[in-house]
Unconditional design. Structure first.
Length: 669
């Protein structure tokens, strides 16, 4: 079929609906027959009609060879660059355009928004050879705009393990890592280089990681990353390195990371060190939670703990914690065995409870229920190990700060007593079977074409390569919330807990990550809170860098609360956090203008700024606890900024934070 110029002119006069139908018809034709009309129709795109763009994509088809034949001359038909062309490139992904995009990013005539769109096209491309190399060049380039360089860094770290894996062996990436390691004055560059060593499996750099891991004078962030990455290796030398970290009293802040890496190795030598820590009472008291959690997170460690209990050799002081972890084991067979070896310290037999229709008629004591909830962060009830309430708790299950507004009394009893009866999306578990005969269940955290990550009931993430799985993931009919937790309560405590949950009707947000800059020089008696260290309360600029303690160049990085909602700055900074000041920044989006309240507990003093205005100052020396201060704030519709300036004399050091409001908020940045 051929189309002459007259036919094309006539077609161009048709309505968009008719043109979309023409494009769908072209999908049935071979490339040589449809090309004379395809590009004239592509040029009729008005820059707005997303359905028209979709029809163009459908006309190209899904066969790679067909698309290559049709889109090979895209550059010839669209030599200019504007928003309409950007839309078409985003939709059609012509491979021939990728090399051109790198040059466009250097064009001073393009706006920041246009360059951002170009970068998004590159970052979402599966082509490691073109797109990945261009992004790598942007990340390494000293002339790259700071904000674009940060975005390029993030894209490399996100996609290097999967779709851009061919870059792992590239000379460019190796040079990039070497450059970052040599730039000791810029902590951010070196930290990222250390991360890339692990992601790219650059084993030739691992001797350097061993040095970082054991050097007490090393930058704490680099040291923590090095310890974590050593867990990827299984050599005797690396096991010994992590063992030295654990034996060093001055490295106590890094013990949990070293324990986690030893567990990840799963070698007889690494397991032997962890077993020794369990059986050595002194070591156990120092590392108890980290050691038990690490062992319970691996199948070999779980089997050993079960055998220890069977042989009556488990220290009495660890039975309760081990039982809680193993009853929640992601390994199905071992979990069943743990239920027999570690029966819950039952106070209530669920089978003897009155029916829910009777329980809903009872009135509980909300104050006692609040105390039960607070204690559950350490008790067998485990509520706050999984859920967050007003900024305190775990991140396994959904936030419960507003549950009293969303659920009835009957719903709450059913959720606690029969968690698998109606499984909410947030509680849905998936099961995978591995080729080495492991069965893991947990919440789906992330899934890519090459990997899957599940989070188990203890909050540990398990990542598997798709090639190592025996078939696709399977939906579980069992909620991640255990059905026996109620056994840890009395009947009256159950009623009190439900009464308290019904009072939780205020939306709350606790950012799962913050941007942090620091440490800066501080001083005694919170004097650092009165000093200007560089971070501004006005417009937030991610690319800004500052001079921190000891004249080290620092920028904005990310930090997340720990498993109980505490932002542990002592662990983050290590010894460099003494006599210091740090800044934390987050943005939240409000659907309306509304009143809110910040619930904050800080160690030591702190200033709180909301939308640039000082709302709270506390020049105190104290340990942090949830809700030590309640600060009334006004939130505007749209973006609201939060800046916290926090001082430290000596460790411990950190804060709890929650922002409550009538209407639910969302984290922006």
């Amino acid at each position: 079929m051929e189309f002459d110029e007259v036919a094309i002119r006539n077609i161009s006069k048709e309505s968009p609906g008719v043109l979309r139908e023409d494009l769908l018809f072209l999908a049935k034709l071979p490339p040589n027959e449809m090309l004379p009309l395809f590009y004239p129709l592509a040029k009729l795109y008005d820059g707005q009609d997303i359905f028209y763009r979709a029809a163009l994509n459908i006309a190209c088809g899904t066969d790679p060879k067909r698309r290559e034949a049709i889109l090979a001359d895209f550059d010839k038909h669209f030599p200019e660059w504007n928003d309409k062309v950007a839309d078409l490139v985003w939709e059609l992904r012509p491979a021939s355009v990728l090399p051109r995009l790198g040059k466009l990013l250097e064009d001073p005539k393009l706006t920041a928004a246009q360059k951002g769109r170009i970068f998004d096209i590159l970052a979402t491309s599966d082509d490691a050879g073109s797109a990945g190399e261009i992004v790598l060049k942007l990340a390494a380039g000293r002339e790259t705009q700071p904000a674009l360089r940060v975005a390029a860094w993030d894209a490399i770290m996100k996609y290097l393990p999967n779709k851009w894996s061919p870059l792992k062996k590239s000379k460019e990436l190796d040079a990039f890592i070497t450059q970052g390691l040599e730039n000791s004055a810029n902590r951010e560059d070196r930290d990222r280089a250390v991360i890339l060593i692990g992601l790219a499996e650059q084993t030739k750099h691992y001797p350097l990681l061993r040095t970082y891991a054991t050097n007490v004078s090393e930058n704490n962030t680099v040291r923590a990353l090095a310890i974590k990455l050593l867990g990827n290796l299984k050599t005797k030398q690396d096991v010994e390195t992590l063992g030295r970290v654990i034996d060093d009293e001055l490295s106590r802040a890094f013990h949990p990371a070293a324990v986690e890496s030893l567990a990840q190795m799963q070698t007889p030598e690494s397991l032997a060190i962890l077993q020794k820590l369990v059986l050595d009472k002194k070591s156990y008291l120092v590392n108890s939670q980290a050691v038990l959690s690490a062992l319970a997170g691996t199948r070999s460690g779980t089997v050993w703990l079960l055998q220890l209990k069977e042989q009556n050799k488990m220290p009495a002081e660890m039975v309760a914690d081990a039982g809680r972890l193993l009853r929640n084991s992601p390994f199905q067979g071992e979990r069943n065995k743990a239920m027999l070896l570690f029966p819950p310290a039952g106070r209530l037999d669920p089978k003897k409870l009155p029916p829910i229709t009777e329980l809903v008629k009872r009135k509980g004591n909300a104050a006692r229920g609040e105390a039960i909830m607070a204690a559950s962060i350490k008790s067998e009830a485990q509520c706050l190990r999984c859920h967050t309430v007003r900024g305190v708790g775990g991140n396994i299950g959904p936030d419960q700060s507003m549950i009293g507004k969303k659920a009835s009394r009957e719903n709450l009893y059913e959720s606690i007593l029969l968690p698998s009866k109606a499984i909410a999306d947030q509680q849905l578990q998936w099961k995978v079977n591995t080729l080495d005969e492991k069965t893991i269940t947990g919440l789906l955290v992330e899934e890519t074409p090459t990997s899957i990550t599940l989070r188990d009931a203890n909050g540990k993430d398990h990542t598997f390569a798709t090639k190592d799985l025996e078939g696709p993931k399977q939906k579980s009919l069992v909620s991640i919330m255990p059905d026996n937790l109620v056994a840890a309560l009395t009947e009256d405590e159950l009623v009190d807990l439900v009464e308290y949950l019904l009072t939780l009707k205020t939306a709350s947000i606790s950012p799962e990550r913050w941007f942090i800059a620091g440490p800066f020089p501080g001083g005694n008696n919170n004097v650092g809170l009165d000093q200007d260290h560089g971070p501004k309360r006005g417009p937030f600029d991610l690319k800004t860098q500052f001079k921190g303690k000891n004249d080290i160049v620092i920028g904005w990085r990310k930090i997340s609360p720990n498993a109980v909602g505490y932002i542990d700055l002592a662990t983050y900074h290590g010894d460099t956090g003494a006599d210091s000041v740090s800044y934390l920044y987050a943005e939240v989006d409000s659907p309306v203008d509304q009143d809110g309240a910040v619930l904050i507990g800080h160690d030591d003093g702190a200033n709180l700024y909301v939308n640039g205005e000082l709302k709270h100052t506390g020049k105190l020396t104290r340990a942090a606890a949830p809700e030590q201060n309640k600060v009334a704030v006004k939130l505007k519709k749209g973006k609201n900024t939060i800046m916290i300036q926090i001082a430290n004399g000596d460790n411990p050091h950190g804060l709890y934070f929650a922002l409550t409001s009538g209407e639910e908020l969302k984290l922006v940045k």
